[in-house]
Design a protein around this ligand. Structure first.
Ligand SMILES: [Zn+2]
Length: 224
């Protein structure tokens, strides 16, 4: 039997990163997505909100920036759900929205935000994402697509004080990883508005590299 690639198969991914805000994935596991892509795996990003509550930039601006960042990361699929920014809640309705995506993309691995964090949207997304992965495997939860459950759920942290159970060597991808983050010009480029709250561009570069260097040292590589 010859297998042809149907529309559904064309949109499948091996690894799906789920996060609350556009630019979260770029901060927590952009390097990993680049590395997996280089190994021939298909990757995707699901942003749960559209960024309408941000201090800088509109939701439309952030959509355009997310598309550029996604291209730099080489993802096959990226979409944003419509959960309210700053009010991500672990409800059955929200879990089902994620289940629909999981059943469409059928990822083998899902990367979620770490379960502790400063922003409630981040840690709520960790539990919401986990419960959606579980629910997705239940045949009785009907969405019109066959049930599926990821083989593995991973958590990616933004904070250097979390001791990871493993790190990923991203040394060859560190510049692209940084480039994907800087695609969010409305958030990270130096600007007057919110300048007391936001970190200057030069410092973001230093922090990004220092953090990756810190994790790299745990594995005896340059950047992780
Ligand atoms: Zn965020």
């Amino acid at each position: 039997m010859v297998e042809t690639q149907s529309g559904a198969e064309a949109s499948r991914v091996d690894i799906l990163a789920i996060a609350a805000h556009r630019d979260d994935v770029e901060q927590t596991c952009g390097g990993t997505l680049l590395k997996m892509r280089s190994l021939g795996l298909e990757t995707g990003i699901l942003d749960l909100t559209r960024g309408e509550a941000g201090t800088r930039g509109s939701a439309a601006e952030r959509a355009a920036e997310a598309e550029v960042a996604g291209r730099i990361l080489g993802v096959r699929w990226r979409k944003a759900l419509d959960l309210p920014d700053g009010r991500v809640e672990n409800t059955y309705e929200n879990r089902l929205k994620i289940v629909s995506v999981l059943r469409e993309l059928r990822p083998r691995v899902v990367i979620l935000p770490y379960w502790e964090g400063r922003h409630p949207d981040h840690y709520t997304s960790a539990i919401l994402g986990y419960e959606a992965c579980f629910l997705s495997g239940l045949a009785r939860v009907e969405t019109g697509l066959a049930p599926c459950r990821p083989y593995k759920v991973l958590y990616a942290s933004l904070y250097a004080d979390v001791r990871p159970s493993f790190v990923v060597d991203i040394t060859p991808f560190i510049e692209e990883r940084y480039g994907a983050l800087m695609a969010y010009r409305s958030q990270y480029a130096n600007a007057e508005q919110g300048s007391g709250l936001f970190v200057p561009e030069e410092e973001i570069r230093e922090r990004t590299f220092a953090e990756a260097r810190h994790y790299g040292q745990l594995a005896g590589v340059r950047y992780a």
